[in-house]
Design a binder for this molecule. Sequence first.
Ligand SMILES: C[S@@+](CC[C@H](N)C(=O)[O-])C[C@H]1O[C@@H](n2cnc3c(N)ncnc32)[C@H](O)[C@@H]1O
Length: 252
Amino acid sequence: MGKDKLRKFAENLTFECFVQPAFEEMFRTDHPLKGNWRKDFFHNDNPIVLELGCGKGEYTVALAERNPDKNFIGVDIKGARIWRGAKTATERKMGNVGFLRARIEFITSLFAEGEVDEIWITFPDPQLRTKRAKKRLTAPIFLEYYSKLLAKDGWINLKTDSQHLFQYTSAVIEQFGLECEVANNDIYGSGYADEVLSVKTAYEQMYLERGLPITYTRFQLGERKEFPMFDWEGDDILEKDAEEERKKSAHQ
Ligand SMILES: C[S@@+](CC[C@H](N)C(=O)[O-])C[C@H]1O[C@@H](n2cnc3c(N)ncnc32)[C@H](O)[C@@H]1O
């Protein structure tokens, strides 16, 4: 492993905003912070917003700066990426920011029912192969996880360049009769992007440079708790978008 990565991993452990649960603290057990993030981590009673697959945490930091009355936690498995956000939050002395290095699959071991008020999913891997559809962060299994921690009126926000993931997510919303406030397939081209939606992540910047339109979906799970897996016909009939382009950029 490169020296720079090791340095970042070590520095992460010095940041107060950084949490790295041990495997045994999440696997088939509840982490000590589950149900206690407000009391034991943020020391306030404010709403909690998650950014899943946050990478360098651009949304976590940008939203936290604009909303000092809310708490924000960026979640990602890659320590060297998360380091960027944790370093910025530390340098700016932001008390309403946390970064959690964990797999999203363990999220129900980390947050209690209703503990989360909103979720942002920013430029997740679209998992274009049909066989990997269940790994998409808006696949039924993930919605089931989110339903276990998200307040019933909590919004899920998805920003993606992938038209395939955008359409898949619309199909999931329709399949389960979920409330969808926005499904916009080109937020800049349509003039929909406001100040918050115009915050650009590292991946978004890359896709914009290639001229890819950026999509945005905002929906709620309501009271639904069960999300059975289903086959989406779009996986068979629609052309998968920009796969080669994406592979080229995966090293950044
Ligand atoms: C394509 S990158 C986007 C990063 C950032 N949101 C952006 O827009 O620049 C996807 C991120 O999701 C993270 N990720 C993917 N699957 C994950 C999982 N199961 N648990 C935690 N993080 C995951 C990756 O480590 C990566 O940083």
